[in-house]
Write a protein that binds this ligand. Structure first.
Ligand code: CA
Length: 227
């Protein structure tokens, strides 16, 4: 029996990826780092430090120093906070209604590390999430695509891998959830081809949170049928 639904946040609950991409591009320009904007959709889910190592390696052939990581990631965060409108993803509230209707537990598993996150979630999705059942960038050591964030989510939900499903939009997030042994639903809300999400092992794929909400009962049946 499925008992818990682990939601990724950026690109699933919030339509925030365009703002992250813009903020990464602005910070990269300022420090003359080479990038293609669509690459940031491929890095989504990584920690900021690990993304900076990739950018430094493709620009200068070396990792970023600790100081560079601190300064440039702060720059990216400041830019994101300035431009982000915190718009909720269309259909996310409907999907959460389905979770509630089926009596399942909802959790957030995100690499994001903002202190006010739970307040914002409570404001935008009242009564859906609890503070002690969240995995954020403050909790994890490795970040996605390592299975650690979703393993931590299972522990916080108090369930086994076969008792949960994951809702994810990013290739590395899907890789993380699949590595944790969890039935993983891809919702492709960005510009990447579906094949990139399927290749990471997604069990089902939708193109919007609305479409997922409409088919939610069948997703749960599929996840239970896999077991
Ligand atoms: Ca995401």
């Amino acid at each position: 029996m499925i008992k818990a639904v682990l939601f990724d946040m950026d690109g699933i609950l919030y339509d925030s990826m365009p703002f992250h991409v813009c903020a990464w591009s602005e910070a990269s320009d300022k420090y003359h780092l080479k990038y293609a904007p669509e690459d940031f959709y491929l890095y989504e889910g990584r920690t900021g430090e690990s993304t900076l190592d990739i950018l430094f390696n493709q620009t200068f052939g070396r990792n970023a120093t600790e100081e560079e990581k601190t300064v440039i990631y702060q720059e990216k965060t400041n830019c994101f906070n300035r431009i982000n409108t915190s718009r909720v993803m269309a259909g996310a509230a409907k999907a959460l209604e389905q979770v509630k209707r089926l009596g399942l537990d909802a959790l957030v598993v995100t690499g994001s590390a903002q202190k006010s996150l739970i307040d914002q979630l409570n404001n935008d999705f009242p009564g859906c999430f609890q503070r002690e059942k969240m995995v954020t960038g403050f909790d994890v050591r490795y970040g996605k695509p390592h299975p650690e964030p979703y393993q931590m989510g299972l522990a916080k939900a108090g369930v086994q891998a076969h008792e949960a499903i994951v809702i994810e939009n990013a290739p590395l997030g899907i890789q993380s959830a699949v590595a944790a042994g969890i039935f993983t639903v891809a919702v492709n809300t960005g510009p990447l081809p579906d094949s990139l999400l399927r290749d990471k092992g997604a069990h089902r794929l939708f193109h919007s949170m609305d479409a997922l909400a409409q088919d939610f009962a069948s997703v749960i049946r599929d996840a239970e049928g896999e077991r």
